[in-house]
Design a protein around this ligand. Structure first.
Ligand code: NAP
Length: 248
């Protein structure tokens, strides 16, 4: 069945791979991004080539006003949104907590945690049947870091994602009765540009052999899990966290 999907952080990495898979199913895709308009435009073109319709929507998920504007623009361009991927997220330079500037800690929580809370709040308001919506599905993109803790490197990032695991459990229960089925994915070491922000040369090459599967994952492998959770194929899965982490 055709859907309109909104993907926060849909312009690159896991978000882009998800957009392309959705496009290949003939779904319409609203591609949110924060600053890289060229990457978002490329993703839109790739979704269209794959068979879907798409639109790029700028907006910082940490900003309150971005959310109503994004949902309204997506609905106007593509029809009402009935599937959401709360994927936008940031990482930062690796190191112990004592060396992290307070502003960095605030931004980490503002984008990864508050940004996802705001994203899900708008999803509840727009898709919830009690608010006049049609219902739908949502996937929250957490991280294996939420259960590993990331000691010595990014405890702030891990904590920002731990909150998303709890949010997935809570919203799974809170929103299913209102027609919205919420689940989460926890990717492990995935080949995307996010590692460039960690100031840790060769991170993927160093850590990939330590994973049980012995390699890093691809954005496509995470996207497959996300799209399954968005689809009716997973209709009895509610409030679950799916690890896509090669056994890590
Ligand atoms: P990525 O390649 O760095 O892409 C990040 C995406 O998020 C881009 O589209 C970026 O847009 C957007 N974004 C960043 N800050 C934003 C904001 N404030 N508002 C709106 N959009 C924003 O990252 P990725 O690796 O695909 O990661 C996607 C998600 O998976 C994140 O939540 C990340 O924490 C999670 N994850 C990734 C890995 C991994 O190994 N890659 C592992 C576990 C979890 P612009 O380029 O325009 O800023």
């Amino acid at each position: 069945m055709s859907k309109t999907v909104l993907i926060t952080g849909g312009s690159r990495g896991i978000g882009r791979a998800t957009a392309l898979l959705c496009g290949a199913r003939g779904w319409s895709v609203a591609v949110n991004y924060r600053r890289d308009a060229a990457a978002a435009a490329e993703t839109v073109a790739l979704v269209e080539q794959a068979g879907g319709r798409a639109v790029a929507l700028a907006g910082d998920v940490a900003e309150d006003a971005a959310h109503p504007a994004m949902w309204a623009a997506a609905a106007e361009a593509l029809g009402p949104v009935t599937a959401l991927v709360a994927n936008a997220g940031i990482a930062a330079e690796a190191g112990p907590l004592a060396g992290m500037a307070p502003a960095r800690l605030r931004r980490m929580i503002e984008v990864n945690t508050v940004g996802t809370l705001l994203t899900m709040r708008e999803a509840a308001l727009r898709m919830g049947r009690s608010h006049g919506g049609q219902g739908g599905t949502a996937v929250i993109v957490s991280s294996a870091a939420a259960r590993l803790g990331s000691a010595g490197v990014f405890v702030d990032y891990a904590a920002s994602k731990g909150a998303l695991d709890t949010l997935t459990l809570g919203l799974g229960q809170e929103l299913i009765g209102d027609g919205i089925r919420v689940n989460g994915v926890r990717p492990g070491l995935i080949e995307t540009d996010i590692h460039d922000d960690m100031a840790w040369d060769g991170r993927l090459d160093q850590l990939a052999p330590t994973t049980p599967i012995g390699r890093a994952g691809s954005a496509q492998e995470v996207a497959e899990a996300i799209v399954w959770l968005l689809d009716e194929a997973s209709s009895y899965v509610v409030g679950s966290l799916l690890d896509v982490a090669g056994g890590r």
